[in-house]
Design a protein around this ligand. Structure first.
Ligand code: ZN
Ligand code: ZN
Length: 536
């Protein structure tokens, strides 16, 4: 395709025309992507009527219908044999914690001490599974097995079939010289990692108590703060494997459990931090019961919305570029409606505008372009996990997957930056991009096409960008990905993530850039290849 060029006029006045004139023939519809078009979709998706679009709930269903009707209006093709059906339907499990009937028991000799959920023991529902287990117990320090630090809290103990008790966090947390990455957290800080370790040691239940010497708030304070999250229903994919049942114990409940052993929480923690050597303690003659009850558990259908624009090249049209966003959000609760204007009505509106522009483009790109709006991202990327396990075309035919999640604000990646309004002003033209699989080709293409757009691009391949949205499901299956992100802000996952705070001028540029780069990559002679970049 040839480029048409303007005469050599260097006045500022013609700059805009110049930029447009560099657009190749088939990219002609880029200027049809406008902030007005984006605003129209976004305003509807983030409106009160859609009630925060929580997966399986009413407002989410209304959003599904809206998106599918737009795909139909734009003339997108469907992978379903039934005409104009853009739903990829799948089942999820939904259920709520039954706090009345969930309890923890300490059993010694003929005595029983019972603690109801959220009275001395915090229950944070993580799956729709119920449990009733009674088992011996072992106190495994911080619950860490870390060969790279030559540290093992499980050394010399058999935890199989037992419940493990552990401190939260990691040894020498506040020590800047600690082998556990100084005062910065390592992966062992994460309770999910500790649950994996416990499971590998054969444990069947997990109890976590505060590391008392590090000055963290008591569990009762945490309980207060998270009540609204605790009582929300869980939504997950149907799974064969149950997670490890987990309770958080208050200091007094843990002390009750340890009272006959002559060990104190702070004494044991001090010993571990000092010697940096695991020394697990079996609590002899004691058992615990973890009884977890769930209620209103049901299987419900939900759906991704999928459509595509067919490529123009007889061979390359069987290769694809996927452009995605998630259309679900957090629903509503006592705090109000979680509008999710930025998260992710912004990306969803962007995908709609891209779908329309590509469907109307005079000369279609060589490869085909698939548009997917995912369900269940906020519940743990359920829609993209389902899709990548049940792809509608083979994943090795996918050139690259773009995820647009939160593209409407002037935020940052670190939480300490969120209140810095000066910094946020400076970011009024900034887009962060995470490019993986073939980062070199991707970044070169973004730089090239961005000359026509003029955003400040920041390439960020840090851990804060690699997860956290649907692109991670594709990268895990070795599909090259790019994640478009304008950063976290104070309204992230709050009821205040509203339309009036969206920077539509910037969004227009971002969506136009996505169009140009997708077009460019769709016409590239060679397919992008997934390369594993060595991690440091
Ligand atoms: Zn999101
Ligand atoms: Zn979110």
């Amino acid at each position: 395709l040839k480029k048409t060029r303007m005469p050599h006029l260097l006045s500022f006045f013609v700059l805009a025309i110049l930029l447009i004139s560099q657009i190749t023939l088939g990219q002609d519809k880029v200027t049809s992507i406008t902030k007005q078009g984006l605003r129209e979709h976004l305003q509807f998706l983030a409106s009160d009527e859609l009630e925060g679009r929580r997966t399986t709930e009413h407002g989410f269903d209304v959003a599904s219908q809206y998106l599918a009707s737009k795909f139909e209006q734009y003339g997108l093709k469907s992978f379903n044999t039934t005409a104009a059906n853009y739903f990829e339907t799948f089942d999820v499990m939904k259920g709520e914690g039954d706090f009345e009937n969930t309890y923890f028991e300490i059993i010694s000799d003929n005595q029983k001490a019972q603690f109801k959920a959220n009275h001395g023991v915090l229950f944070f529902p993580r799956s729709t599974d119920s449990f009733d287990i009674t088992a011996p117990i072992v106190f495994v320090g911080y619950g860490i097995t870390a060969p790279e630090y030559n540290y093992d809290d499980y050394s010399g103990v058999d935890a199989s079939g037992k419940v493990v008790l552990m401190f939260n966090h990691e040894p020498q947390e506040k020590d800047s010289t600690s082998i556990f990455n100084g005062s910065k957290p390592t992966r062992y800080f994460n309770p999910m990692v500790k649950a994996d370790i416990a499971r590998q040691h054969g444990a069947i239940g997990m109890l976590v108590v505060r590391d008392p010497n590090n000055g963290h708030p008591p569990i009762e304070v945490t309980m207060q703060r998270y009540t609204r999250y605790l009582t929300k229903p869980i939504i997950q994919l149907p799974k064969d494997e149950k997670p490890l049942p987990t309770f958080y114990l208050s200091d007094s409940t843990a002390t009750e459990l340890l009272k006959s052993e002559g060990i104190s929480l702070s004494g044991y923690q001090a010993q571990l931090d000092k010697k940096l050597k695991g020394s697990p303690i079996e609590l002899k003659g004691k058992k615990v019961t973890m009884h977890i009850a769930m209620k209103n558990v049901q299987k419900l259908p939900t759906r991704n919305i999928v459509g595509y624009v067919e490529g123009s090249d007889p061979n390359l049209k069987d290769e694809f570029i996927i452009i995605g966003a998630h259309y679900d959000h957090l629903g509503k609760d006592q705090a109000g409606i979680y509008h999710g204007a930025d998260d992710d009505a912004s990306g969803t509106s962007g995908v709609l505008e891209l779908a329309r522009a590509f469907a109307q483009t005079s000369e279609k790109p060589k490869r085909s372009i698939i548009f997917i709006l995912f369900a269940g991202e906020e519940e743990g990327a359920l829609g993209s996990l389902y899709y990548t396990d049940h792809p509608l075309i083979p994943l090795d035919k996918v050139n690259v997957m773009f995820q647009l999640d939160m593209i409407g604000r002037n935020g940052g990646v670190s939480y300490t930056e969120l209140n810095d309004s000066l910094l946020n002003q400076k970011r009024a033209n900034t887009l962060m991009l995470y490019c993986a699989g073939d980062p070199k080709t991707l970044q070169e293409t973004f730089d090239k096409e961005n000359k026509k757009i003029g955003l400040d691009l920041v390439y960020n391949n840090g851990p804060e960008m690699s997860g956290g949205s649907d692109h991670a499901s594709f990268e895990a299956k070795k599909v090259p990905v790019t994640f478009f992100f304008t950063g976290f802000h104070r309204d992230y996952h709050e009821t205040t993530d509203t339309v009036d705070k969206i920077n539509f001028d910037k969004m227009e540029k971002i969506v136009r850039l996505a169009y140009l780069v997708a077009y460019d990559l769709a016409n590239r002679p060679e397919k992008l290849k997934f390369q594993v970049v060595p991690t440091k």
